[in-house]
Design a protein around this ligand. Structure first.
Ligand code: SF4
Length: 472
């Protein structure tokens, strides 16, 4: 998905298309319920509130001092031989990576999971240069085969059933596969092993970069992160500029918070620490390591009331509990990041013109805020964004309509006249004391709900006719 094509202005249309997939909420619900139940159970065994407060403090401190920690990270990483490139825009990041890939004459890239790479449309750019890019995370491998973007931050193929995956494998590899997870996984492993061995370049995301040491950490369940970062001769890691921790001390808190919030498990299978290119006495590892630090709109969020959205550690817990996400899935949002995190982050990154309707993709129930391991007040951000969008994007028709409304209702006599007029006008529309279908512009409202009719009598009229007596 290219960054230009990834956001559709109308969430409504995308959501409607997703809602036609009747089994989708069931499939997503099953997967996200299991994760959420495990998460709740795991946090029930510890001082969850205390850990969350500590994690929130770490993220708030780090993001508030981002330039200091980024500088420290860059000088320590460079001292270890890593090349650090600061990319202001998606285009800068793509250009840099393309150049490295082209200069090394690379034809095959083994790619680890990276939401930042989705954000900048990296695969499309490299493929346009004739480079074969293979996703090596199993979920990403599946959605790549389907020609789709990921539907969830940590579970990209959450919207697919086993039989759908079996059909995909069969179509792609020209033989019939049973809907057996073990068989499918074993086959994917076989294919991907070849890719790891043959790839000229490995590209990965970054879960955390450590300012104190200039290293970075990748968290995976499947071990593909370790292969991608150690087998190809060149490694390129792409990180959002906020994905940094001051030292190992803070990392020791953030890693379990990430893993438990993402999967409900206390620990994941692989934590890979990349300290730089292979040293002369080391037996494996790449000869070259590049880290691309991506801004792409993040720095303009710094210092605003939305700064805490940069505390996000991409665990996906808010997606699991969001009643809107659970109905429409990640693709309903038409953006790289779906669910509550996406509904806040996307309009801030790409602008209200392109994603101003996403903050409305929420019931404001606050479940997202409750589960966020770093205490981001997601539902409050959604509300504040709606306010901002309304200020920035009110159509002239709406402004005029409210002006007329306010003029009409400001004086008692005018108010009474309009109430009388509405009562007359609604006669043809009222059915069983409701208005099920109103004319434009109120038709938008009645598309999803009934409109209550204007009362037969106003309070004043009842009062004048002797309301005092009614109450006695
Ligand atoms: S906003 Fe919070 S819950 Fe959602 S992905 Fe980010 S860290 Fe996780």
């Amino acid at each position: 998905m290219t960054p230009e094509a990834d956001v559709l202005h109308r969430f409504e249309d995308r959501a409607a298309a997703q809602l036609r997939k009747k089994r989708l909420p069931l499939i997503i619900g099953r997967a996200t319920d299991a994760r959420e139940a495990r998460r709740r159970e795991a946090f029930g065994l510890v001082d969850a509130a205390g850990l969350r407060a500590a994690a929130e403090a770490v993220r708030a401190h780090t993001v508030a001092n981002l330039p200091v920690y980024l500088d420290r990270f860059a000088s320590n990483a460079e001292a270890r031989g890593t090349r650090v490139f600061f990319a202001s825009t998606a285009g800068d990041a793509v250009d840099y990576i393309r150049t490295v890939v082209a200069d090394r004459g690379a034809r095959l890239v083994a790619k680890g999971k990276s939401m930042a790479a989705e954000e900048i449309g990296l695969n499309h750019a490299l493929e346009a240069d004739g480079v074969d890019v293979v996703e090596t995370d199993l979920g990403e491998y599946i959605v790549q085969m389907a020609g789709e973007p990921p539907s969830h931050i940590t579970a990209p193929a959450v919207h697919k059933t086993r039989d759908e995956v079996a059909r995909l494998f069969s179509a792609r590899h020209g033989r019939s596969f049973p809907d057996d997870a073990e068989v499918l996984t074993a086959f994917a492993r076989e294919v991907l092993r070849e890719v790891f061995l043959r790839a000229d370049i490995g590209i990965s995301g970054v879960n955390f970069a450590i300012a104190e040491t200039g290293s970075f950490v990748i968290v995976t369940n499947e071990g593909n992160g370790r292969m991608v970062t150690s087998l190809p001769r060149v490694h390129i890691a792409l990180m959002g500029m906020e994905r940094i921790v001051p030292s190992h001390r803070e990392l020791a808190l953030m890693l379990p918070m990430l893993v438990t919030s993402a999967s409900g498990r206390p620990v994941t299978t692989y934590f890979s620490f990349i300290n730089g290119p292979r040293l002369p006495d080391e037996s494996d590892g790449p000869d070259e390591v590049h880290v691309v630090v991506l801004d792409n709109g993040r720095s303009k969020i710094l210092g605003t009331e939305f700064q805490s959205i940069l505390h996000c550690i991409r665990c996906g817990a808010c997606q699991n509990v969001c009643p809107v996400y659970r109905q429409v899935g990640g693709h309903g949002y038409g953006a790289v990041y779906g669910g509550p995190i996406g509904a806040v982050l996307t309009p801030l990154l790409v602008g209200f013109e392109r994603a101003g309707d996403l903050p409305h993709a929420s019931s404001l129930c606050g479940a997202c805020t409750e589960v966020c391991p770093v205490g981001i007040p997601l539902h409050e951000h959604l509300l504040a964004l709606r306010r901002e969008v309304a200020k920035a994007d009110r159509p002239v028709v709406e402004i005029t309509a409210f002006r007329v409304w306010s003029t009409a209702w400001r004086r008692a006599r005018r108010y009474r006249f309009f109430v009388h007029l509405s009562r007359l006008g609604q006669r043809m529309l009222v059915r069983r004391n409701r208005i099920p279908r109103a004319p434009f512009p109120l038709s938008k409202w009645t598309r999803g709900r009934d409109l209550p009719p204007v009362a037969r009598e106003t309070f004043r009229e009842r009062w004048e006719r002797g309301l005092q007596d009614e109450g006695n």
